[in-house]
Write a protein that binds this ligand. Structure first.
Ligand SMILES: [Zn+2]
Length: 96
């Protein structure tokens, strides 16, 4: 692992990490258009909390991001925009 990447967190750009990490054992295939590559997720009612440290120059440096998801997370095909939430839940249920 590259530990230098963490310590060079000097930019003041906010990068939001993906809230979830999925380990797919099986590929998701859209049953409507056979798409296997492009998907997107809609997270309703999520709160992003970004923690900052202010340095001597008055710059804010983000040190940590937290995501609190309150609403449902829905998963869509990126090509035909079909709701694949149930399909994804079926595939990703089981061991994480
Ligand atoms: Zn599709």
């Amino acid at each position: 692992m590259n530990k230098k990447q963490l310590s060079s967190f000097k930019t003041h750009k906010i990068t939001i990490k993906k809230p979830f990490k999925f380990s797919y054992k099986e590929k998701i295939v859209c049953p409507y258009c056979q798409n296997t590559e492009d998907f997107y997720e809609v997270i309703e009612n999520a709160t992003f909390i970004v923690y900052y440290v202010q340095n001597d120059e008055g710059m804010l440096e983000p040190i940590e991001e937290d995501v609190e998801v309150l609403g449902p997370v829905r998963f869509f095909c990126g090509k035909c925009h079909a709701d694949l939430t149930l399909l994804k839940n079926r595939i990703t249920s089981g061991k994480e």
